[in-house]
Design a binder for this molecule. Structure first.
Ligand code: C2O
Ligand code: CU
Length: 524
């Protein structure tokens, strides 16, 4: 390390210490030495290397300080971007939030991103849900060291949808995804395409983006991650639950709206919390899209479940409202049972969380301020151009058992994260279609995520999801599926275009960080 870099590093650390608690991190370890430890080389572009790109930008991961609650600003880690080339609306900053800029790309664009690590520890940037080459996927095997830059190039191959990007660092002492994402390293990435544009869904001011996260703050507005002692043991087992919910990095607010339809695109960017989205007046939730873009047709649900890392696209028509009326999007009560701290409460073990899993709270308030004449009916057919992955009796089924490991979290087929080591049953062939079957033999739900592709949910059996059952949106395309306690869920996927290493894991970030994550290999 050059002298300059080490000075820089010390300065950052001291600055953090000087402002009190940057974030209360329980093991108190900075990440050093990611698995594999291949060093990022500044000059070369990983992934798609070309002379010409449609879009080029700088993305900085850096410490910052932002006002979140009234009073003192909070110390955060966050992304900032500069657009070097491409359409002006590619990057929209979220200045009053720790959230990274919203990046808007079009299907077919070629993109080059220079990621600058200005943090005091290793990081990576994972483009959650995107079909990109292995080297561009932000995997822990390619860490960006403090003070270094990594350049990645890719073509936008996905169809329109709401994706996101976040840290995926994992070092010798364990994962840092939970900590870094919690500190603020996450942002939205929107892909647009012709099919979606042709549907003329509400856009511009009539498209509301909503990132849901929960956080805990200490007395001077410091973000707190993991309590000490027993609390932190429980956090690790259940996943971290904050004691208040933030929408787009701020306490939920009121939006002035008009008497017309809206499109509400929601990301669950929380470490571990599951939301049960519902309308305050009991009207059905009209779901038009999931992780990988629009459904084939709209679906009305009494409520819709959003597990960590999942996205939902919701359409709501306010045209029969009067100015002065309001409608709230809430997370409704559900029975968390054995799967949350709920059971433990009675045994006096959890106690402290002010907002247990399954509580009811508001997410956004829509206040009708204006009466307009707008007739924009919801199309009966939405995303029909992409066919479901065909499966039949002969499609290979690969089974993964999710099981507890005494005091150490959870395992997948008895294995925990082991760097880039891939077992024989974790090797698949490029071009193959497979069904992956997740069997959850733990008392907790696990949102299982597979990198580099979108899959279809084939079916579920068993499981006790009673108070969430009717809100599990399984149609359409997904990269993350919620597997309820005792449940078996099958998903179908095709390994296309890219060979190499990818990752599958539980997206409860504390489970992931504790090792509920594995590499798999696509063999060309
Ligand atoms: Cu959103 Cu492997 O992660
Ligand atoms: Cu899990």
């Amino acid at each position: 390390m050059s002298r300059e870099k080490s000075v820089h590093r010390r300065t950052v650390l001291r600055a953090a210490a000087g402002t009190g608690v940057l974030l209360t991190l329980s093991p108190g370890l900075l990440l050093t030495g990611c698995d594999g430890g291949v060093k990022a080389v500044e000059s070369e572009t990983l992934g798609l290397d070309s002379d010409e790109y449609d879009v080029e930008l700088n993305l900085h991961a850096m410490p910052d300080s932002v006002p979140i609650l009234p009073g003192a600003p909070s110390e955060v880690w966050r992304y900032r971007a500069e657009l070097l080339k491409g359409p002006q609306n590619t990057v929209t900053e979220n200045p009053d939030s720790y959230l990274g800029p919203t990046i808007r790309l079009r299907h077919g664009q070629t993109v080059k991103i220079h990621i600058h690590n200005e943090l005091p520890e290793d990081t990576t940037v994972h483009w959650h849900g995107l079909h990109v080459p292995s080297d561009v996927d932000g995997q822990p095997r390619l860490p960006i060291r403090p003070g270094e830059t990594m350049t990645v190039g890719f073509e936008v191959l996905d169809r329109a949808g709401l994706f996101w990007y976040h840290s995926h660092a994992h070092g010798k002492q364990g994962g840092r995804v939970g900590f870094q994402s919690y500190a603020g390293l996450a942002g939205l990435l929107i892909v647009e395409d012709e099919e979606e544009a042709g549907l003329k869904l509400p856009s511009g001011d009539n498209e509301l983006l909503l990132v849901l996260q929960d956080r805990t703050f200490a007395g001077n507005n410091e973000l707190v991650y993991m309590g000490g002692g027993r609390g932190s043991m429980m956090d690790r087992m259940h996943g971290f639950l904050g004691d208040r919910v933030l929408a787009n990095g701020a306490p939920p607010t009121t939006r002035k709206v008009a008497t017309r339809p809206y499109r509400i695109r929601v990301l669950n960017g929380s470490n571990a919390r599951i939301y049960k989205l519902a309308w305050s007046d009991g009207r059905p939730v009209t779901v038009i899209g999931a992780d990988g873009g629009l459904l084939q047709e709209p679906e009305d649900r009494p409520y819709a479940v959003l597990a960590p890392a999942q996205r939902l696209d919701i359409w709501v028509d306010l045209s029969e409202f009067q100015p002065g009326d309001a409608l709230e999007l809430i997370s409704d009560r559900f029975r968390a049972g054995m799967m949350s701290g709920g059971m433990m409460d009675g045994m006096g073990m959890m106690g402290s969380n002010a907002l247990p899993l399954g509580s009811r709270f508001p997410l956004a308030r829509l206040e009708v301020a204006e009466s307009v004449e707008a007739s924009e009916p919801l199309p009966a057919q939405l995303g029909v151009q992409r066919q479901k992955i065909p499966v039949n009796r002969n499609t290979r089924i690969r089974s993964f058992e999710l099981s507890p490991v005494m005091m150490r979290g959870f395992a997948i087929n008895g294995r925990r994260f082991d760097g880039t080591n891939v077992a024989d049953d974790e090797k698949v062939r490029l071009g193959d279609t497979e069904i992956w079957e997740f069997h959850n033999s733990t008392p907790m739900p696990h949102p299982m995520h597979i990198h580099g592709l979108q899959f279809n949910v084939v079916g579920r059996r068993g499981g006790n999801s009673d108070s969430l059952q009717q809100g599990l949106v399984d149609s359409g395309w997904h990269d993350t599926v919620l597997v309820m306690p005792r449940e078996t869920v099958q998903v179908a996927m095709k390994f296309e275009r890219f060979d190499g290493l990818y990752i599958y894991h539980c997206h409860n970030m504390e489970h992931e960080d504790a090792g509920m994550m594995r590499y798999f290999q696509v063999q060309g």
